[in-house]
Design a protein around this ligand. Sequence first.
Ligand SMILES: [Zn+2]
Length: 386
Amino acid sequence: MEVDTVKDVFDRVVKKQKLKSSKTIDLVNHVEKEIDQAIKAIQGNGTEGDSAANMTHEILLNLKNKLKEMAPTKQLKSCQKEMNTALSTWVKTTEKLFIHDISKAYRNVDMEPNVLNELIANHLYREALFDIGDSFIGEASCTASLKLKQLFQNMYEIHGALKAGKPELALSWAMKNHDALLQNSYCLELKLHQFQFVDMLKQGNRDQALQYARAYLAPFATTRKEEIQRLIASILWAGRLDQSPYTEFLSPTNWEMLAEEFAQQFCNLIGQSSTDPMGTAVSVGAEVLPILIKLMTVVTAKRDWHSMKQFPFPLDLRSEFQFHSVFVCPVLRDQGGDGNAPMLLPCGHVLSKQSTLKLSKNSSRSFKCPYCPFEAMTSGCKQLYL
Ligand SMILES: [Zn+2]
């Protein structure tokens, strides 16, 4: 069930509440009006004599009948009842959305508490929550990599400066790691020099920009010819880049992009994933948990969930959660993995190792490819690595 359904039901409750509230106010106003009219009539009637008493009696009787006819208490009760029904529908819908018992869908995995604590501490450092990470380590009495913490502190210092439009720290880091960064298709060092260069042009310092280009952009002239050509040509527009064909150099989002690119390349160099592993694991878990719980209610009777090595059906995750290719054998329909690698047949078709073993009766004879007329031997198949 989607959150949208809960919102729809809640919107209906709000609508009903507004409707019933205005109906209640109208009703109370109506009762008040009738009483006021009766009071005024009694007051205008005077207070002396039998006829006055009779008139008052009649007015009150009239009021009593009108109120009886309106039945305000009954109407208010009915409004309240309708509100309660709408509210309880919303509560039931919300309860359905939240799964209270997830015990069916998890396995008891033996995991060293220290390893888990270290993962959490590293996650906190990675998220720049250094004080919380330190407190966590103190309270959990665990150890975490001090070096990793220092590296992330360094990364966030440079990242913050870059986002604020100050590339100096990033430049000195990039120049120090010049050789390693050259492996990337996105040349961070050149981009950083470009920002310094463009800054000079923005201020109209043509000579200074030219000198800077000779010193820092020239070494990239052979490997990044096109980018360098555009940068050098933009010197002609010093002081008026905003009217030039090179306005993209001025885009304010460039700093954000550069900061993100820096963080990715920094993580890459220190051998860490640029996306947070624990955050990703939790997000994936939250996404598949409802599916797992449904699966449990269907299959527990037939198969033991705890001995199940893989899901009986493919679980589609969003592309942001996919980090490597997945191979599903077209014959056995199971997912390739350790001990069941994808095998390339001489004809070019790919089957899982289990399939090739079955078709070849445990490698005892040649077999026909299920997808073309070619014959193959298991010895002629090559393992593919995903
Ligand atoms: Zn084939």
